[in-house]
Design a protein around this ligand. Structure first.
Ligand SMILES: CSC[C@H]1O[C@H](OP(=O)(O)O)[C@H](O)[C@@H]1O
Length: 341
């Protein structure tokens, strides 16, 4: 399986598969400092809600190692952690995983002890993500048995989770069970996670798929060519409203109109019970330049401006259910421990 992140403890180097270069080039960049990791997160060299949680955990390790020489260790660590957890605001995983590791560290611990604890936590997080993905994908494949034409958006595969993937993991499992005719991948403007990343993953596993323009998805549904829509999530809040890649809301509205199943696939670690509804979710706005060009080639006239919302928020009323590692959940959610540990 692809390894989007690989850590070498000997040299303290995080080898990061640079997702901005895929599918043309499979290059691992060497990240040795917290600043380099934060740059990689902001530039989407590493991305995807669950994988951002793992990247955050490695970032915490960098923060500890860079703070341990300071006489004000805890203050220095907190300063670095604040920079890390705010690198991308919409996915709950980055901040949640970092803070949940910190919660388990006694303030009496020596810096070298903190580093050892964090490293162990990173390893267990890595295996939790893989296990959660597999369990989620099996639940999703069971739920969607017989639904052979699946449409999805963005990239929710190994490049977004470090495991088999969430929505894309379900597609891969359905294929392995002989229960998939085709996956329709929305290209996902402006950064093209669907056309570049999901297509790259499915091609490697010979999963039949078509890349479609985002604006063709509704027409495909109108032709009766889609049996279900399954998407990922960056943050599912208490009433079930869900932040996901921009374009998800459009798919949910169209699916409702055409009577097509619409599911969110996300580990419960992507759930945030501290927020009541979608109005409380911060939607990341990114550099408009990403919209004004495609893969580095400018497409818009000089002087035109662009809006670049990286996510949108789909109301729970448009979501048929939530496919998680614990099974299929329905909104609104009771106060349940969704940390997934
Ligand atoms: C497995 S959830 C991945 C989730 O993250 C993506 O966002 P980005 O590529 O900007 O990190 C997208 O929202 C996916 O659904």
């Amino acid at each position: 399986m692809i390894q989007p992140l690989q850590y070498d403890r000997e040299t303290g180097t995080l080898f990061l598969l640079d997702q901005t270069l895929l599918p043309d080039e499979e290059r691992y960049v060497q990240v040795k400092t917290l600043d380099e990791l934060i740059e990689a997160i902001k530039a989407l060299r590493v991305r995807g809600a669950p994988l951002l949680g793992l990247a955050g955990a490695y970032g915490l390790l960098f923060a500890v190692l860079e703070s341990e020489k300071s006489a004000l260790f805890w203050e220095e660590l907190q300063r670095r952690v604040d920079l890390l957890v705010n690198a991308r605001p919409t996915a709950v995983n980055l901040k949640k995983e970092v803070e949940s590791i910190l919660e388990d560290i006694p303030m009496t611990a020596e810096p070298y002890e903190v580093a050892a604890i964090v490293y162990e936590k990173v390893l267990s997080l890595e295996s939790r993500l893989r296990n959660d993905d597999l369990s989620l994908a099996m639940h999703g494949a069971d739920l969607l048995k017989g639904k052979r034409r699946i449409l999805t958006i963005c990239n929710t595969g190994t490049l977004a989770t470090g495991g088999i993937g969430t929505a894309l993991g379900i597609i891969k499992v359905k294929h392995s069970k002989g229960d998939l005719d085709v996956a329709y991948l929305c290209e996902t403007r402006p950064v093209l996670q669907g056309a570049r990343l999901s297509a790259w993953e499915l091609l490697k596993e010979n999963v039949p798929h078509y890349i479609i323009t985002d604006n063709a998805a509704t027409y495909l549904m109108s032709l009766g060519k889609v049996d279900a829509v399954v998407v990922g999530a960056d943050r599912v809040v208490r009433n079930g409203d869900t932040a996901n890649k921009v374009g998800t809301l459009m798919l949910a509205i169209a699916a409702k109109h055409y009577g097509i199943d619409f599911y969110v696939a996300a580990p419960t670690s992507s759930f945030d019970m501290t927020i009541a509804n979608g109005n409380g979710i911060v939607v990341e706005e990114r550099d408009p330049e990403e919209v004004l060009q495609i893969h580095g080639v400018r497409i818009a006239p000089k002087g035109s401006r662009a809006l670049n919302y990286a996510f949108d928020v789909t109301p729970a009323s448009l979501i048929d259910g939530y496919i998680t590692e614990q099974g299929i959940l329905k909104a609104p959610f009771a106060e349940v421990n969704y940390i997934g540990r």
